[in-house]
Design a protein around this ligand. Sequence first.
Ligand code: GDP
Length: 525
Amino acid sequence: MRILSEADRRRSFAVISHPDAGKSTLTEALALHAKVISQAGAVHGKAGRQGVVSDWLEMERARGISITSAALQFSYRDTVINLLDTPGHADFSEDTYRVLSAVDSAVMLLDAAKGLEPQTLKLFDVCRHRDIPVLTFVNKWDRPGREALELCDELVERIGLQPMPLTWPVGAAGHFRGVLDAADGSFVRYGRTVGGATAAQEERLTPAQAEAEVGADWLRAAEEWELLAASGGEFDVERFRTASATPVLFGAAVINFGVRHLLDLLVELAPRPTARVDADGVARPLEADFSAFVFKVQTGMDPAHRDQIAFARVCSGRFERGMVVTNATTKRPFATKYVQQVFGQQRSTVDTAFPGDVIGLVNASALRVGDTLYAGKPAVRFPGLPSFAPAHFAVARPADLSRAKQFRKGVDQLASEGVVQLLKSDLRGDAAPVFAAVGPMQFEVAAHRLEHEFSVRVRLDRLPYSAVRRLGDPAQRALVDSGRRSEVLTRSDGADLALFEDEMAMRILLRQHPELELQPLVAEG
Ligand code: GDP
C-alpha cells in the first residue's frame, strides 16, 4: 500500500545542540549530500547566502519571532528525510521543545572541545522524557578538543546514556585522519576537498594497511575502540530504539567529514513513523485517513498582514493540497488550498505529504498549537502538547486599567495557545497574573499580540526567579512562601510551582525544611 511504503521511507528528526556547536553547518552539509526537495520556512543560510539571511533577519526583527524555524525536506538514497529545526539563541522558547513532539528521533550534536552544554542538556531532557532515540555526532574533530573516551564517559556520567560508537576517530582532535568503522573494523581515511564545498573524499583501508600507513594513531584508535566495546559499548539497535543507549559518530561538519556516514545511519537505524496514540489511548494506524497535529504556529506580527502559518506533522494517511480537513478542537472544517504559499518563490509546492512529513498551512488563524486535523473517519484527537519547565517569570498588568476586561480575554487566549504559561497566586490576585516562559522572547510575542490583537498595552515586571520545581504537597505552600527568595504560584492546569531566585536559594530552604517535597519539572502532559 502506497501510504505504508511512503511512511516507511520517512526519517523525521531534529538536531539538538547548544548554539555554535555547528547545527547550521551540519544542516547545510546534510543538504549538500542529498537532494533538497522543499523547505518549510527558510534554510539556515549562513556563509554564501548573506543576502537571504539578512532579509530573513530583518523580517524576524520586524515580527519579533523567529521565522526561520520549520522543516527542511530532502531525499537521500531511497528515503525522504525531514529535518525539523529547533531554534536556539535568543529565540529559544517553548516552541523549541514542542518541535520534539513532531520527530521520531534526534541527533545530538556536540562540539568536541565542549561536550555537553546547557542547551543540549535541556533538549536532551525532553528527548528522554518522550523516549526519543538519540544519535550522537561529535563535531569539530578537525580542531583541538577533548579526548574521545572522555567525551563518551561524560555521556554516561552526566546523562546516564550509554555510548555505542559506530565510528572512532583516528588522530586526536585537531589531527583528524579518518575513522575506524565499527561495522567491519576498517579505516575510513578522509581527504579534504577544496573549501569543503563538496562531499569529503573517503578511502577505505584494511586494519593492516591502516597500521602501515598511519601507525601510532591507528593503533591508539583500535585500542581505545576495543576498550569501549568491552565496557558495554557494543552496538545494539534495540538499545538505541528504546533510548537507553546512543550510537556515537565523530566528524567535522565544516569539511564534511563523517556527514555521509551520519546520513547512512539515519537511513538504516532511525525509527520510521509509527502509529500515533490519540487522546483516548488508541493508536491511529498509519494507513488510516489523513490526520496531523499542529506543533507550531507562527503569527505575523504586522497588523497589516495578520497571516498565520501553522506547521503540522502528518500522523496518518495521505495529505493532498486542497483537502478540506476537520479541526478536532473546534469541529470546524479547514480548507488547505493555501499550502503552497508557504513554499512559494524559491521553495517548492507541497501537493502531497505522508506520515512523518511537515506541512505548513497558510492563513491558518483558526489553528492553535496542539490542534488535531483529520479527514475521513474515524474522528481523532491527539493529546494536547505538554508544558515545559519555565525559567523566566514576569507579572503582567494592563497599562490602562480601564482595559482590564480585554486584558483578561487576551491573556486567556494567549495562554490557551501556549504562547506563555499563566501562573496565579492569592497574593497577586486575578488582575496581575504571572507569565512564565522557557525563553524571554515569549514575553515579547505575548506583549506584541496583546497590543495588536486585543488593543491592550501590557506592563511586564520581571520577577527574580530562575529555578522552578513542582510542589508535591499543597500543605507545604506556606514553607516556600515564608522563604525570602521563593514563592508558590499555581499554573492554569492546577499544578503548584515553587519558584526560587536560584538553585542555591532552593537548597538553603531544603536544608531548613528537609521534609519539603519538590519534584523536577521537565515536560508534562
Ligand atoms: P550553530 O550555532 O550550532 O548553528 O553553529 P554554526 O553552524 O553556525 O557553527 C558555529 C561555528 O562553528 C561557525 O564558525 C562554523 O564555521 C564552525 N564550525 C561548524 N562545524 C565545524 C567543524 O566541523 N569544524 C570547525 N573547525 N568549525 C566548525
